[in-house]
Design a protein around this ligand. Sequence first.
Ligand SMILES: [Zn+2]
Length: 454
Amino acid sequence: MKEYSLVGCGGVGGPTGANFLLKTPKLSVLVDCGLIQGSHFAMQENETSFPYNPKEISFLFVTHAHMDHIGRIPKLVKDGFSGVIYSTIETRELAVYMLEDAEKLIAREASESHRESIYGREDVFHALSLWKTLPYQTSLDLSDIISVYLKDAGHILGSAIIEINLKEIGKKIVFTGDLGNSPTPLLRDTEIVDSADYMVIESVYGDRNHEPKDVRDAKLHSVLVESLNRGGTVVIPAFSLERTQVILYEINELVEKKKIPRAPIFLDSPLAIKVTSVYRAHTENFNEKVRDIISGGDDIFDFPGLEVVRNPMESEAIHSRVGAKIIIAGSGMSVGGRVLSHELFYLSDPNATILLVGYQVPGSLGRRIEEHALNVSINGQNISVRAHIEKISGFSSHKDSNGLVDFVSHSAKTLKKVFVAMGENKSATFLAQRLCDELDVDAIVQEKGREYKL
Ligand SMILES: [Zn+2]
């Protein structure tokens, strides 16, 4: 019997840092190589060596361009990887901006703590030189051992579910990456996966269900109307990739249908502006409803009142603009970016609202705010939190617990094992239990570093 095995080197025991190693008798491949994010100690973890020799890896498949799936690729290359990287074209285009941005943040953080940066610009360029693209629904034969096929995950632009066929043993292993909360405002629904033998599935929301979409939309509407009518500032910390575009699209609808009071809306995220340009260039990936709106002549990412903030001076100047306004800024978990200066300014303002529209990892400032901390510290300054804290979970770009169970159900008859990963321990455990109980499949919480024979 030929030996095939799977090792979760990252993205196990926590939602970030996805990095899965698939060993076959002739070659080894990786799926994703992400940054561990959230806590102050994360950079030390990101600096540690990979638990395999990067020189011995033939291929790296990338599910999507979020940093917790791509952020350590330049380090992999720096440490000797010289194989081929594959993803969709959209993921590659987004990765150019995401990695450029990350490299600067990492370099700054390293110099502040007097450490060497984990990689430099040259490593980013080198990684991109190894990076090829593969369209959705196109089988690619990579050797007599494996072929690969990408399906639309519906999570962010370009996101893919990676199906790897192990040809010699006639088995299919599926890496879900992150799975979209379909139906989503912009993207197509997650494609169905059937006949998988093995599956590595994300579980960020494995133990919870999102609020229904009509509740989500009504809540966004009511929070904005109440806050703006009070004359307050609404700060929306939003991930530059996907969440910002979704929020822009939703506000575009509210503004054009005159459902919210007229107020300036600032898009204050250099990265989000670049990412939005990639979204504009790939509207063929949007769902039918959005494509119809676009072909009717509407620019879904632009509307009256939108002010695109280009530089830090313009960003600071927002604070002197009195009256109601909305500020959309990164980062989404308040671990850096321009949102910090807005939170520093508005968290203590009882008239302001911080509107959380995404997942907040434990250890992040966003999580402290979400948990209604009375005091927080930003750049060494203590702030008493007096602003209204609102949260809308329905904008999540991840499937909820019911969505994940439904996704797996299509392969329930053929699955030999499901490895539940990419979630906090309680989410992963809860999802694994549900899959066992409701679908009668063998589902386990994947353990970091453990080698599982396939
Ligand atoms: Zn993601």
